[in-house]
Design a protein around this ligand. Structure first.
Ligand code: SAM
Ligand code: SF4
Length: 346
């Protein structure tokens, strides 16, 4: 497949200083922080972790609650308004509800969302809602229990479905479901996944698999492009209806004819959305990751543990974001990832 290269905006020669915002050299303002709360997980999805030999970081290398909250407050001071909790599996971080409750108190924090595999939602959704969680994305690749068990290496589909229903019941919405489409696994099942949007106001999002560390073969053989998935859906349901989407949202939205919900396509490989990127990631061990698919990171944990002041950290934050790379460079064959998705916070 020929990958598309998107030319960068002309880099600025002087720093943009509009208010307190954090801008990169291409004029993009960063307003969205994705936070990996842990590198651990209760699933082992085939496209995310290797079957065996996954090495987790010692707990003392991960940010403590106090360190994490300090950084979130500083990001909020720097113009970040949206925060997404992810992982690894964010629901297994001890006291995640307390973290959400405290983050919500910081001036500037407008929205806290979570990406989860949903397994623990049947018992946690009400508490998460009560703590202030605004929105949720649940990852679910198939509606076939056996296939689900295979793709997650042991997961229970019935519990995840119950978790999604519970999240909806307690009012965490709108519900979005993430499906990574993998050839030879679930590429035919996109038909059933899309059907969930007919009667429910849910967004069913189909993601192209990305070439993360530790899952090389699955990527090499597994990529199914958005074009192929869309064609498959249109063969079955007829032409999809376009829906307006926010340019900084990686999903391009469509609808099945007459459906209540929507279909989203996330195409980092075939149609990169780097041009409108407004996000950076904080890894569980306290590194600011400037681009999901590049190994360029800024260490906040060691700065904090070395006694840095808030002013030092704010300076480091702004200087780091200024050097955010233009794009992920997949089209240039520029693979420099170094970590798995569960360690970065996908
Ligand atoms: N454990 C949570 C979950 O699965 O939702 C949050 C962390 S997971 C790393 C975040 C998202 O990354 C999930 O939607 C997952 O499907 C997606 N993901 C993981 N590995 C991927 C890959 N190689 N390519 C594309 N998406 C991937
Ligand atoms: Fe765990 Fe999420 Fe990775 Fe699956 S995709 S192994 S649930 S972190």
């Amino acid at each position: 497949m020929q990958l598309i290269q998107i030319k960068p905006n002309a880099p600025a020669t002087t720093k943009t200083t509009t208010g307190n915002g954090a801008f990169d050299a291409y004029g993009r303002q960063m307003t969205y922080l994705r936070i990996s709360l842990t590198d651990r997980c209760n699933f082992r999805c085939i496209y995310c972790m290797p079957a065996a030999g996954m090495v987790f970081q010692p707990r003392e290398e991960l940010l403590t609650d106090d360190e994490l909250l300090r950084l979130v407050a500083l990001f909020a001071q720097s113009g970040f308004t949206k925060f997404r909790l992810t992982g690894g599996e964010p629901t297994i971080r001890p006291h995640v509800e307390d973290l959400i409750r405290q983050m919500k108190q910081f001036p500037g924090v407008e929205e806290i969302s979570m990406t989860t595999n949903g397994l623990l939602l049947p018992r946690m959704a009400a508490e998460l809602k009560d703590a202030g969680l605004d929105r949720i994305n649940v990852s679910i690749d198939t509606l076939d229990p056996l296939r689900f068990k295979f793709m997650t290496r042991g997961g229970r589909l019935d519990l995840v479905m119950a978790g999604i229903e519970e999240a909806e019941r307690v009012g965490i919405g709108p519900i979005k479901l993430n499906t990574v489409v993998v050839r030879g696994q679930n590429e035919q099942e996109v038909i059933d996944m899309a059907a969930l949007s007919i009667d429910r106001p849910w967004e069913i999002r189909f993601l192209e698999i990305m070439p993360m560390e530790g899952v090389g073969m699955v990527y090499d053989e597994g990529l199914v492009t958005t074009e192929e998935t869309k064609a498959r859906l249109e063969m079955h349901y007829g032409r999809l209806v376009p829906v307006d989407s926010n340019p900084s949202d990686p999903a391009r939205l469509w609808q099945l004819p007459g459906a209540r919900g929507t279909i989203g396509f996330i195409s980092p490989v075939s149609e990169p959305f780097c041009q409108f990127c407004n996000r950076v990631r904080l890894t569980a061990d306290g590194k600011l990751r400037l681009c999901l698919l590049r190994n360029d990171e800024i260490d906040f944990r060691e700065e904090m543990r070395g006694g840095a002041t808030d002013e030092d950290l704010l300076r480091r934050l702004r200087a780091g974001i200024w050097r955010k790379p233009w794009g992920h460079g997949l089209a240039e064959g520029d693979l420099n990832i170094g970590r798995g998705m569960s360690q970065i916070g996908g």
